[in-house]
Design a protein around this ligand. Structure first.
Ligand code: MG
Length: 400
């Protein structure tokens, strides 16, 4: 009989956490990282920043480090620095015995190696970067089992599911129901998606997030990646993970149980809340956000996912079910296609066909190692850049 309290392992709640909890923060200058810093500054009795890691923005990292002089600040991609040495320094910093919790909010593939290093050091992880599980979910699970570490999800949907599962038995789960707002193009005529501009794709109706994830919300690839993330976090088969469109983004996700009950977690769309839940587990912080005013909202609506408008979800599910390196190819091809779109070099409607083309052209590898995941990631990026949208069935219909 397994009781689900942590994402992977049924362990007893650890109530005697050191206070203030010492955090290592990967991705200190990004959207999630800034909100983590916010919460730390609002609760200096509960948290301190012990390690700060950013990608390449030295000035932004310095600004954060100035407010947290006790933290050891590191840049992953400093100009002229040896990337291997920088990587090793980051792995060592997150594994420091002084660190109580590693918050992973670094961009995509940058997060993978330090997450594995932290797990190997037996650290618990608060995970915002879903790409870690999409690229290497099987590896991550194996490291956790070996070292007895845990993952607390920050992604709002997974935080909702996690909260719904506290105190429940794993065998009582019938299905997980991920909600998605549908992004800015839920009602836009399908034909007009061909003319979507960068600015339109970056205007999310509910959430304020970084540019890459905002575009992923518009294609709903974000939800596809979240299906894979949920599969690995909660050990539930793909067939028991559903997606429902919920434009108000108040119900953050749900769990259906074998008796026919559904539990949901509600909150205003503000990432401070799932971040706070992951940082303070098993306790809750006071007054993180206002609670939603249900009478003022009037109604919450739900609708079936339109597979024609959002082919990304089925594509991601397919890659997840294929397993091995297929999810890593999906993730990298998508990152690259979105980057090209944001540079004005690819149309919005070319993003998902580019990803599909990469998955279809990839050599399937069933055996997932870190090296295989990284090789698949590199291959997929090159494939998307080289194909320049030429394989897109939508583009081929356009006049030359
Ligand atoms: Mg999410």
């Amino acid at each position: 009989m397994t009781r689900v309290e942590t994402a992977f392992q049924p362990t007893e709640m650890r109530s005697s956490r050191p206070s203030p909890r010492r955090l290592a923060l990967l991705g200190a200058t990004g959207s999630i990282g800034r909100q983590v810093c916010d919460l730390v500054e609002r609760h200096p009795d509960r948290f301190t920043l012990h390690v700060l890691v950013a990608g390449s923005d030295a000035a932004a990292l310095e600004a954060v480090a100035r407010r947290h002089p006790e933290a050891h600040a590191l840049l992953a991609h400093a100009a002229g620095a040896d990337p291997i040495r920088a990587g090793r320094a980051i792995d060592e910093a997150v594994s420091d015995p002084e660190v109580d919790l590693v918050v992973v909010a670094a961009a995509g593939s940058d997060a993978l190696a330090p997450t594995l290093a932290a797990l190997d050091a037996g650290k618990d992880i608060a995970l915002a970067t879903k790409e870690v599980l999409v690229m290497a979910g099987e590896l991550v699970r194996e490291r956790m089992r070996r070292h007895g570490s845990q993952i607390f999800p920050i992604d709002s949907e997974h935080s909702a599911i996690w909260q719904c599962l506290w105190g429940e038995h794993h065998r009582a789960i019938r299905r997980l129901i991920l909600t998605g707002s549908g992004g800015p193009f839920l009602r836009r005529p399908l034909e007009s998606l061909e003319t979507v501009t960068i600015a339109e794709a970056l205007t999310h109706p509910r959430w304020k997030m970084g540019p890459k994830i905002t575009v992923d919300s518009a294609t709903m690839m974000n939800k596809g990646l979240e299906v894979i993330e949920a599969h690995f976090l909660f050990d539930v088969p793909y067939g028991a993970i559903d997606v429902v469109v919920h434009p108000q983004s108040v119900v953050h996700s749900m769990v259906e149980f074998v008796d026919g009950s559904i539990k949901a977690q509600l909150g205003i769309p503000d990432m401070h809340l799932p971040i706070a839940v992951a940082l303070s587990f098993p306790e809750r912080l006071d007054g993180v956000t206002p609670a939603p005013d249900l009478a003022a909202l009037g109604q919450l609506s739900f609708e079936a996912l339109d597979g024609v408008r959002y082919p990304a979800v089925a594509l991601a599910r397919e890659a997840g079910e294929r397993g091995g390196t297929a999810p890593a190819v999906l993730n990298a091809a998508n990152e690259e296609a979105v980057a090209l779109f944001l540079k004005g070099q690819r149309r919005f409607v070319d993003i998902i066909p580019s990803v599909r083309a990469a998955i279809e052209a990839a050599q399937p590898t069933d055996d997932l190692t870190l090296e295989a995941a990284i090789a698949a990631d590199r291959w997929a990026r090159t494939h998307v850049r080289a194909s320049a949208g030429g394989t897109s069935p939508v583009r081929s219909k356009l006049p030359a």
